[in-house]
Structure formats: structure tokens, C-alpha cells
Ligand binder design. Structure first.
Ligand code: AMP
Ligand code: MG
Length: 327
């Protein structure tokens, strides 16, 4: 089975082609174009969607060419139907719908968050993990039970990715800022006390966001170092409690923030204490990409037929714990 996946939930427009043989998957191509707002500014949904519309023909043809596949070779087309920014989501949906209707290819609307998880599992070989999904749009601790991904902890306000990006933009950097913050944080060892808020198994970052602004105004490196230590320790505590509660023997981190080495270090020590295996999405596929969408479509296709075109809308809010997983 060969599937095309289209991702356009936020800053990234990406097309990827994957091949599924038995239970295994192979990425044949994954091409991305990322919208970059002006330094110090966040994503402007209309500008990002214009970026996606302008780049979609080139990304699609590049991805077909790199995979050595013709459109008529595709068995299915999947697109990220949500959650995400409406104007951005609609571009991916329109491209998918056009291909599906013109070439008569089955179409699969895919939940973007489930895409992060399933691609992470496929690439790392994790079988039944507790999942930490940390990205621009999500901060959730999840485990699979009775056909659904269940939430064992989440942010009560902004996500970990938003926290990092907002504090990077505050200092004038271009979004996404996680990598820049990691680089600057690695130059300091001076911890300044910041609000640490874990409520039950949930975390809250809004107080940390305000307090860190004062510290980075004095010293950028100390501020980012203290920010990472505090936010990642909060995530570590909530994850450790969820591991102990669910008794899972594997932990998998997925989402763009999974690229952060300090976060992995902290979670590795959690895994050591809880006697569980540690998996992290490869950096190249941790963030948003077409592969995550193509892979979920390929997993679903033996269990359900493609959607009717009138059911191929997008949903800005679409919690992953409402999705029944058929495979
Ligand atoms: P996603 O929404 O999955 O594409 O993830 C994007 C988020 O990942 C953004 O908030 C980035 O700032 C963040 N990110 C990317 N690389 C890193 C890194 N090395 N450390 C921390 N956050 C990162
Ligand atoms: Mg994402």
C-alpha cells in the first residue's frame, strides 16, 4: 500500500509518501516548507495559509518525484483534518480533496496528534508506551486503552511549545524558538527560582511565562536555563506519576519539543527509576510532517473505507481522546 499524507495544521506545509508492507512502514519521501513569521511575531493564520497555498504545488510534485511515484500509483490520500488553525487546515484539505476526486483515490481525514504518536511508534519500535506529546499545539500524557488514547495529564493553559516560543519571541527571536532557547540555555548553569506548578497530574505554565520574562530581561542565558529546568522538571514529575500509575514499561516522547536534549535527559532519569524503556522520536520526524499523516491513513485503511467527500471538512478543535482507533 502506498499513501500520500498532507500536513498543514500550523506553520508547516508538508507532503510525504509512505509504503506499508505488513505491519512495517517505510518513508519514501517527506518534503516540507515552513512558514516563518517576522522576528518577534507569532503565526499569522492568514499569512501562513497563503504560504501553504503558494507552496503546495511545488511540495507535492517534489514529494512525488523524490519517492519515484506517480499520483496514479497512490492507494490512498490522507490529510490532517485537525486540530489546528482553520485557514491552514483548509489548504491541506483542499489539496487532498482535489486529488481524491480527480483521480478517484480513497481519502482519509487524520487527527494530527494521533499522527505524532503513531509515527513515533513506527520509527522507534515502541509497542505499548506511555506517550508524552509535547509540541506547539499539545502538552499531554497519554496511554492507549480500549480503542482510544486516554489523557493521564495535560496542560491547564498554554502548551510547552507555546511557552518556549512566546519567551523566544519576547527576546526578539523568530518563531519557532525552541532550538534557539536550548542553545542559549546550554551556556548557563545559574538557576534562578521560578514558579513550579503541578496540579494533580496536570501542569500550568502561565505563571512561569510571566515570571521568566523578568529573568530573561536581566540575563537571557540564565533565564532560558532556569525556564527549561523548571518546565521540564514539572513535565518529569507528571510523567513519572503517570508511569507509576499506568505501570507502562515504555515511555515515548513525540512532538517538536521532543528534539530537546535536556528534556530527554530528565525523562531518561525518570525511566531509570521506573524501570522502563525510553524512546524518543528521531529529531527529523519529531515535529509536524506529512509522514505522520500518511502513516495513520495507511494504518486505518485496512479497517475502514475512505471518507465521503462531503465528510472531508476540517476541525480546528478535535481532541484525540474522542477518536476511536480501529487498528
Ligand atoms: P510541532 O508543533 O510538533 O511542529 O512542534 C513545534 C514546537 O517544537 C515549537 O514550539 C518549537 O519551538 C519546539 N521545538 C523545536 N525544536 C525544539 C528544541 N530543540 N527544544 C525545544 N523545543 C523545540
Ligand atoms: Mg504538531
Amino acid at each position: 500500500m502506498i499513501g500520500l499524507g498532507i500536513e498543514s495544521t500550523a506553520h508547516t506545509f508538508s507532503c510525504a509518501i509512505l509504503e506499508k508492507t505488513g505491519k512495517g512502514g517505510k518513508i519514501l519521501s517527506d518534503v516540507r516548507k515552513i512558514y516563518r513569521p517576522p522576528d518577534g511575531e507569532g503565526i499569522h493564520p492568514r499569512e501562513a495559509s497563503r504560504h501553504h497555498a503558494e507552496n503546495s504545488p511545488m511540495v507535492l510534485s517534489d514529494c512525488l518525484q523524490k519517492a519515484g511515484v506517480k499520483i496514479t500509483d497512490l492507494d490512498i490520500v490522507s490529510y490532517a483534518a485537525g486540530p489546528g488553525l482553520g485557514p491552514c487546515l483548509r489548504i491541506g484539505a483542499v489539496v487532498a480533496r482535489s486529488l481524491a476526486s480527480y483521480y478517484d483515490i480513497p481519502i482519509y481525514p487524520v487527527n494530527h496528534a494521533i499522527g505524532h504518536i503513531e509515527l513515533g511508534k513506527m520509527l522507534t519500535g515502541a509497542k505499548d508506551p506511555l506517550v508524552l506529546l509535547v509540541s506547539g499545539g499539545h502538552t499531554m500524557i497519554l496511554a492507549f486503552l480500549s480503542k482510544k488514547w486516554r489523557v493521564f495529564g495535560e496542560t491547564l493553559d498554554i502548551t510547552l511549545g507555546q511557552l518556549l516560543d512566546q519567551l523566544g519571541r519576547y527576546a526578539g527571536f523568530a518563531s519557532p524558538c525552541g532550538e534557539k532557547i536550548e542553545e542559549l540555555a546550554s551556556k548557563s548553569n545559574n538557576y534562578v527560582s521560578l514558579p513550579y506548578v503541578v496540579k494533580g497530574n496536570d501542569v500550568s505554565f502561565s505563571g512561569l511565562l510571566s515570571a521568566t520574562k523578568h529573568v530573561i530581561s536581566k540575563n537571557l542565558e540564565d533565564g532560558y536555563f532556569s525556564l527549561q529546568e523548571t518546565a521540564f522538571a514539572m513535565i518529569g514529575e507528571a510523567t513519572e506519576r503517570a508511569l507509576s500509575f499506568t505501570r507502562k514499561k515504555e515511555l515515548l516522547i513525540v512532538g517538536g519539543v521532543a528534539a530537546n536534549k535536556r528534556l530527554s535527559e530528565i525523562l531518561m532519569s525518570v525511566c531509570k527509576r521506573q524501570n522502563c524503556k525510553f524512546f524518543v522520536s528521531p529529531k527529523e520526524y519529531a515535529g509536524d510532517c506529512g509522514s505522520q499523516i500518511a502513516w495513520v491513513g495507511l494504518l486505518e485503511s485496512p479497517h475502514k473505507s475512505g471518507a465521503n467527500l462531503e465528510d472531508t471538512f476540517v476541525r480546528q478543535s478535535w481532541r484525540l481522546d474522542t477518536v476511536e482507533v480501529p487498528y
